[in-house]
Design a protein around this ligand. Structure first.
Ligand SMILES: [Fe+2]
Length: 163
């Protein structure tokens, strides 16, 4: 009799444990859903206006701060490393919870190679990509500032040299 009760108890504990795990998983999924919705709400308020330098001969500090600088780094013959830093001539874009670079994209020959997203106030506007050397003609970097819109810069390559 005692053994039967013990088995019943073990069975009930097993069910309770399973329900507990299931419930915990459901809570976790709900929590992730809420976080995603909060992020989407925040993104709805991002400035997504396309911007640009008005007078390239005389860029303002605000324009330089949002200009992505493309640097071609080492190559192994098959791949080349390309870095993108947001901010030009030493004027670096700020990184705070209210104001930050929220993404960087790299395009090669007008094809998207990759994109990096940044959380608010967590990282500087910097990304590094290692791309195949197949017919590299143009490089374009596009970046987003949550407050000041979308900015881009391009390089035209001539025999894998910056022109
Ligand atoms: Fe900005």
């Amino acid at each position: 009799m005692q053994r039967r009760n013990l088995l019943k108890m073990i069975g009930l504990l097993g069910i309770a444990g399973t329900v507990g795990v299931f419930s915990s998983c459901t809570e976790n999924i709900e929590e992730k859903k809420v976080i995603k919705e909060q992020k989407d709400d925040k993104k709805a308020n991002f400035n997504r206006q396309k911007m640009g330098i008005k007078d390239p001969e005389n860029p303002t500090k605000a324009e330089l701060k949002h200009t992505p600088e493309i640097s071609i780094k080492e190559t192994d013959g098959e791949f080349t490393r390309i870095e993108i830093m947001v901010g030009s001539q030493g004027i670096i874009h700020p990184t705070t919870v209210e104001h930050w670079i929220d993404y960087i994209k790299l395009f090669v020959n007008n094809n998207l190679v990759g994109a990096v997203e940044f959380e608010a106030g967590m990282a500087r506007g910097f990304a590094s990509f290692i791309v195949k050397n197949n017919d590299l003609k143009t490089l374009k970097a596009e970046i987003g500032c949550n407050l000041h819109g979308i900015w881009e810069s391009s390089l035209t390559l001539n025999n894998n040299e910056q022109s």
